[in-house]
Design a protein around this ligand. Structure first.
Ligand SMILES: O=C(O)CCC(=O)C(=O)O
Ligand SMILES: [Fe+2]
Length: 267
């Protein structure tokens, strides 16, 4: 196994190459995966939400100089181009489909780190699930840069290789990596990889959108059925409906009467 580092790959890299880095290193960046216009559209849609409700989630974990807004598909139609982005989905397929038939959105969260915010505690997003099984991943996190991310303005900190640590210990400073990524670039990281928001030492905000995707037989981090009104969910293309959870896992788990794919369910 090669040693772990965080690499930034060009957007014409193969799905396999990107997935290999994600699995080996615990995280990987794809540069310029979408045009900045898409990010600007999402940022514009979320602006009012950041301003009106962005402080509601303040906490020791989330910070007190960071605005957050969630349930993004109810707030930004443009976000579907990021949440269901084809290349990212193909990479997640490689990581999660060995362990499930389909996967879904766990959470969708806009995060604006304001000037003066300190670094977030390093954590594993999959600690919401009360067990770990070495070699098996529960979820993948995807952080889209909606503005340029820099080491100075709070680019996400990552500890490459930490998904393989067998016991808990604090990361040493030399193990923590922070990399710039331009608007439209995307950081993919395993649910078991230590990471956290960076310190913002500039006078400009840093805005990103984190979406998590978890195995289809796990409970979703955020209950999407009670978060995204059903008529809004149904107004999206089918691949987005599926990601929200409108699909069974196999024939039996999560079945529902009007599932277009599951004609077996007639109860
Ligand atoms: O804002 C970031 O860069 C990371 C935030 C994060 O990891 C989290 O809130 O779980
Ligand atoms: Fe996180």
């Amino acid at each position: 196994m090669t040693s772990a580092s965080l690499v930034s790959l060009s957007n014409n890299s193969s799905t396999q190459r990107i997935a290999d880095h994600l699995k080996n290193d615990g995280a990987v960046i794809i540069k310029d995966q979408v045009v900045s216009k898409i990010c600007d559209g999402v940022a514009t849609d979320l602006r009012n939400h950041f301003d009106s409700e962005g402080t509601y989630a303040e906490s020791d974990f989330n910070g007190y100089n960071t605005l957050r807004t969630s349930g993004i598909l109810a707030k930004s139609r443009a976000s579907a181009d990021l949440i269901g982005e084809a290349k990212v989905m193909s990479v997640i397929d490689e990581v999660l489909l060995p362990f499930c038939e389909n996967y879904r959105i766990g959470s969708t969260t806009g995060i604006e780190i304001l000037p003066g915010e300190s670094a977030q505690v390093l954590h594993r997003d999959d600690s919401i699930y009360p067990m770990r099984m070495p070699g098996m991943e529960w979820q993948v996190g995807v952080m889209w840069a909606l503005t340029d991310f820099t080491v100075e303005n709070g680019a996400t900190q990552v500890v490459p290789g930490s998904h393989r640590w067998m016991s808990e210990r604090p990361a040493q400073p030399h193990e923590i990596v922070q990399m710039d990524m331009q608007k439209g670039s995307v950081l993919l990281y395993l649910g078991s990889t230590l990471h956290g928001g960076g310190e913002n030492r500039t006078n400009q905000p840093r805005m990103g959108l984190i979406n998590t995707y978890s195995l289809g037989w796990l409970r979703q981090e955020v209950n999407q059925y009670l978060t995204i009104p059903r008529d809004v969910a149904m107004s999206y293309p089918q691949h987005i409906q599926r990601l929200l959870g409108y699909q069974a896992h196999g024939l039996f788990l999560g079945k529902y009467p009007d599932d277009p794919d599951n004609t077996w369910y007639k109860d």
